[in-house]
Design a protein around this ligand. Structure first.
Ligand code: NAP
Length: 301
């Protein structure tokens, strides 16, 4: 593939993994937050015009779910307006956009895994702003793929696993919500999927027109870890593995609680299950089982 890849959010969980995964595909240009402020739409436009990428890969987002309730303007500027500009500029350049979204676009009702065409219904500002970003990107008509994921974690960055393992060493007892269902997703698996998706489309394009090569592949895909658990299940499994590795360590006991016992400013979906069948059918890609990825991530900690 010839052409540059403009990568946002390189300091984030997924962005850090993407920098490594995308490097074999082309020259990755990855400006940090200070060089590219996504809250400033003009600077996003200028950056894209300067770099002239063949792909824009955008894992950056306003991800502070609770804080978003009191900062909706900033959340929408980053999660919607910047994404719209990426789409507009990509359309002009005949470039492709890979964007990331979330299970929080859904209301989280029922027990079944959500499919891509299910009705959305975000419960808070973060989810609503991410949904608005999906819609804004689609409206531009740019060649794009959106990977909706859930419960992202890895060996680096700010995430549930790292928080829980640290707390397990420091406290006697941890109370963890046991009535929200979903699947932990390894940031590296998402990065590998992205590289796979780009490579697949580039093979079709054979250095030719990218929007044409994306036809039939564009749109939304659910991309979450395989299997399912609860936050309690995830925490228990991680602490159990730590116990096996460090039998002499004093680690917290985990207590299952309900969502009602752990009130937060933003409401969370109870059902975050995402069906990834479309991803398998279109790209031949199966996301890693969360227990398998947990083993790999913990080996890196
Ligand atoms: N984390 C999850 O559990 C989860 C679940 C579902 C979906 N997702 C989605 O997956 C994607 C990746 O998430 P993640 O966990 O990798 O996020 P993350 O670790 O919170 O990283 C977010 C990145 O966005 C950057 N960023 C934030 N505001 C910015 C701004 N104004 N200008 C430029 N950069 C800015 C951050 O840079 P600084 O740190 O330098 O500000 C950071 O690099 C996001 O689209 C998110 O919505 C995440």
């Amino acid at each position: 593939m010839s052409g540059r890849i403009l990568l946002t959010g390189v300091t984030g969980q997924v962005g850090g993994e993407l920098a490594a995964a995308l490097a074999p595909l082309g020259a990755v240009v990855a400006p940090g937050h200070t060089e590219l402020d996504l809250a400033d739409a003009d600077s996003v436009r200028e950056m894209i015009r300067a770099v002239k990428p063949r792909w824009i890969v955008n894992p950056a987002a306003y991800t502070a779910v609770d804080k978003a309730e009191s900062e909706p303007e900033l959340a929408y500027a980053i999660n919607r307006d910047a994404v719209r500009v990426m789409g507009e500029e990509a359309r002009e350049l005949r470039a492709g956009v890979i964007h990331f979204s979330t299970d929080y676009v859904f209301a989280g009702v029922g027990m079944e895994p959500y499919v891509e065409t299910d009705a959305t219904g975000p419960l808070g500002v973060y989810g609503a702003s991410k949904l608005a970003g999906e819609e804004a990107l689609a409206e531009t008509g740019a060649a794009h793929m959106i990977f909706r994921t859930s419960w992202v974690y890895g060996a680096t960055g700010k995430n549930f696993l790292r928080t829980i393992l640290k707390a397990a060493r420091e406290r006697d007892r941890l109370r963890v919500v046991a009535d929200q269902y979903g699947a932990p997703t390894w940031s590296r698996d998402l990065a590998k999927l992205t590289a796979h998706g780009i490579a697949q489309i580039e093979r079709r394009a054979a250095e030719g027109d990218l929007p044409e090569a994306t036809e039939g592949f564009g749109g939304i895909y659910h991309a979450a870890g395989a299997g399912e658990t609860t936050w309690f299940g995830f925490a228990s499994e991680a602490i159990q593995r730590l116990r096996e590795r460090e039998p002499e360590a004093t680690l917290a006991e985990v207590e299952a609680i309900t969502t009602a016992e752990y009130p937060t400013p933003a409401k969370r979906p109870q059902n975050s299950r995402l069906s990834c069948e479309k991803l398998a059918a279109s790209f031949g890609w199966r996301m890693m089982d969360w227990q398998e990825s947990l083993r790999e991530v913990m080996a890196e900690l």
